[in-house]
Ligand binder design. Structure first.
Ligand code: ADP
Length: 430
């Protein structure tokens, strides 16, 4: 504890001062005779300071006198170390064996003994100690107060934005998806607020898309179902005859519904990553020839020139052949639908860097720039009025993209209104 440490510090200091005093006195006088009287004469003690009087022995307050005793090399007492010992007594060696020897030029002239009873602090030392303790106490209290104040301020500046975030999160979970919190700093909290705002926007966007898609699906299911139920009711009520042509319309509407459901199922599977692909190496030229073969007839009837341009030395790609032909067929069907008679559709393959690029290029009507970013979206149709025609679910390109991405590839579209459209697929080599 601090009084003990202070005491040993004082002892330490006093001892080295005392040693210097002894040496100086010895060098001046040639002996230590009269040292005691000299020290007493220097006594600065103010009258009335209490000493620790014991048996009439009153320890002088002069630090050396108060703290130490001194014997010469033979053990004769020069300064008494305790009340029962008087000047000039010879002490037995075991009494001063542990003392501090004072030597001049290697010759032992005296031994300093430290008083056994712990000396009292002087008034000055006591008040110094008290002052020090008070200053320490005040400092600690001030420090604590400051830390508390800073802590409260810091906690407030942290909790305010966090509270705002928590409230916004609560509102999101209660269904108000579009939430923005103010970003007031660029630190971690600011970044958190930014990410939160971004997340909220994305959640709201995904929710809008989901709602839109549900309503589109409902609409797409409704039209064929209305036609089917209308025909069947009229036939049941005897208003219409069940001619093969009418039954044919019903059958084709049912096919349309089945196609829609199967498309939605494919999309759901790719979304969940559950679509099983049976991949095998396949030459790009083979894929394009297959597609061309399926549509050659239709193209011929429409007066459209369908041609394949694929070098045979291209490296193979690893694909699920059925799925990839479905994708290319989809692109070819679109090209046929949007290209007028006399036009041309090219199926091409080439190397692009490390990847193989397959493209379906037509000289058709093209896609308006405002539609171009949306054509891969689900249920998106360029011409809103023209819905439910042959195979037009608005899912074709969405499925194409999902399937291409399931193969680790990419699909993109380029188009110029009135000039034509190119849809390109890049696939990694097998
Ligand atoms: P859909 O099954 O209705 O054709 P898709 O997803 O296949 O739907 O295509 C989405 C839209 O992109 C189409 O409605 C059409 O407006 C546009 N589109 C696709 N391919 C072409 C093309 N080759 N030329 C012009 N427009 C096209």
């Amino acid at each position: 504890n601090s009084p003990t440490q202070l005491r040993s510090l004082l002892l330490e200091q006093g001892r080295s001062q005392f040693r210097a005093q002894i040496v100086e006195y010895y060098q001046q006088h040639g002996s230590l005779d009269g040292l005691y009287q000299a020290l007493r004469a220097q006594d600065p003690r103010p009258p009335g300071e209490p000493g620790t009087a014991q048996n009439g022995f009153r320890p002088p307050p002069n630090p050396p006198l108060r703290l130490f005793g001194l014997v010469d090399a033979e053990g004769r007492v020069i300064l008494p170390v305790s009340p029962e010992i008087s000047l000039g007594n010879i002490l037995p060696p075991e009494r001063y064996r542990d003392g501090d020897p004072v030597e001049i030029d290697g010759r032992l002239i005296a031994i300093i003994l430290t008083r056994p009873d712990p000396p009292e602090f002087s008034l000055a030392e006591q008040s110094f100690l008290q002052n020090t303790s008070r200053a320490l106490l005040l400092g600690a209290a001030g420090g604590m107060l400051l830390a508390l104040l800073l802590g409260v301020l810091l906690a407030r500046s942290l909790t305010r934005p966090l509270n705002a975030l928590a409230q916004a999160a609560d509102r999101i979970s209660s269904g108000q998806l579009e939430q923005q919190v103010t970003v007031s700093s660029s630190d971690e909290l600011g970044r958190l607020a930014q990410s939160f705002n971004h997340m909220s926007q994305e959640v709201a966007r995904a929710n809008r898309l989901r709602r839109q898609m549900t309503s589109d699906i409902a609409h797409d299911l409704r039209t064929p179902l209305t036609i089917i139920s209308g025909y069947i009711e009229s036939i049941r009520d005897g208003v219409l005859e069940p001619t093969p042509q009418r039954l044919g319309v019903i059958a084709s509407e049912i096919d349309h519904l089945l196609q829609l459901v199967s498309d939605l199922r494919t999309l759901a599977q790719t979304d969940a990553g559950e679509l099983a692909l049976s991949r095998q190496p396949c030459l790009p030229a083979d894929l394009l020839e297959r597609t061309a073969a399926s549509y050659q007839d239709q193209a011929g009837r429409k007066g459209i020139h369908l041609l394949v341009n694929a070098p045979l030395d291209l490296p193979p790609v690893s694909v699920d052949i059925t799925r990839m032909t479905q994708v290319l067929g989809n692109l070819a069907a679109n090209a046929l639908r949007f290209t007028p008679s006399g036009g041309e559709i090219r199926l091409t393959a080439r190397l692009q860097g490390e990847a193989v690029l397959l493209a379906v290029q037509d000289t058709g009507q093209g896609i308006a720039p405002e539609d171009l970013p949306n054509i891969f979206s689900r249920l998106y149709r360029g011409d809103k009025s023209r819905s439910g025609g042959e195979g037009e679910s608005g899912l074709g390109l969405a499925i194409a993209r999902a399937l291409v991405e399931a193969h680790g590839g990419k699909i993109r579209a380029e188009s110029q209104l009135g000039e034509g459209t190119t849809i390109s697929i890049t696939l990694p080599q097998a």
